[in-house]
Design a protein around this ligand. Structure first.
Ligand code: MEV
Length: 270
């Protein structure tokens, strides 16, 4: 018997970093997948894991790899493993990799869709929002793989918490507004722009990513990082929007930026 499982990637539409401190955030499952195949063998079992997700680039590769692998194992142990159990396991694995994760990455890759997330003490409060139509088309641009890990970026923010606390609060306000608009079926690009500016103020966005965002804004669009970011080299994948999306595609081609389209709000791990 072979046990197969898959889990999507994720991106954070608004509220990253601040979500670690109890502020609200919105994330989406993305149609890039990790697949895990578990084959029992005489001396235990063999686990083959493959992922399409750019590794260490803000798209939840670690949560997705953990979710697909854990789901394959759970299938071996139980007939129908629950999402709740899978989420708890992936959260524990995320703690091993990232130290103090908020829980948004594991929750998004496990449950899928659009996840409104807020942590209260040790409890995850999250809702799955069914509002696919509220979001326009995006392009994802690769600003380069960050040299830093998510754990390092989160630690950097924490090490300067006195300076960063007001910025974290402002990110929470912007994210809260974005989410309440989104729940009414409205997409507000100005709030994406403000979120990105605050992330720059938080010092989690490198020079190259800032330059890309600046050019997109100059052309009338908006863009932001969608995970922990990075400052020494790349800052991972950027989520970019323009009312005429082709304009970003043209800019990307002109500047040799790597870009791709992705579907947001896909199903979770199974
Ligand atoms: C990483 O995808 C998102 C962060 O907010 C960390 C976390 O929430 O665990 C930077």
């Amino acid at each position: 018997m072979v046990y197969k499982a898959q889990a999507p990637g994720k991106l954070i539409i608004c509220g990253e970093h601040a979500v670690v401190y109890g502020q609200p955030a919105l994330a989406a499952a993305v149609n890039l997948y990790t697949t895990a195949v578990l084959t029992p063998a005489k001396t235990g079992f063999k686990l083959d894991v493959k992922t399409d997700i750019p590794v260490g680039s803000g798209m939840g590769s670690s949560a997705s790899v953990s979710a697909a692998s854990a789901m394959a194992l759970l299938k071996l142990l139980q007939a129908k493993p629950s999402k709740e159990l899978l989420n708890q396991i992936v959260y524990e694995l995320e703690k091993g990799v990232h130290g103090t994760p908020s829980g948004i990455d594991n929750t998004t890759v496990v449950y899928g869709g659009f996840i409104k997330f807020q942590k209260a003490d040790r409890v995850f409060n999250f809702n799955k929002l069914n509002l696919k139509k509220a979001l326009p088309e995006f392009i994802l641009i690769n600003s380069g793989r960050p040299k830093e890990t998510t754990k390092e970026m989160v630690t950097m923010v924490r090490d300067n918490l006195k300076r960063n606390a007001p910025i974290i609060e402002q990110i929470g306000e912007v994210a809260g507004k974005f989410i309440s608009n989104f729940e009414k079926g409205r997409f507000n690009p100005e709030l994406v722009r403000r979120n990105q500016r605050l992330l720059e103020k938080l010092r989690v966005v490198g020079k190259k990513a800032q330059e890309i965002v600046h050019q997109i804004e100059k052309a009338g669009g908006v863009a932001k990082i969608c995970g922990a970011g990075g400052i020494k080299q790349g800052s991972g994948i950027l989520l970019a929007y323009h009312p005429q999306i082709k304009k970003i595609k043209t800019l990307a081609q002109k500047n040799n930026w790597k870009y791709f389209y992705a579907e947001l709000g896909v199903g979770g791990g199974e």
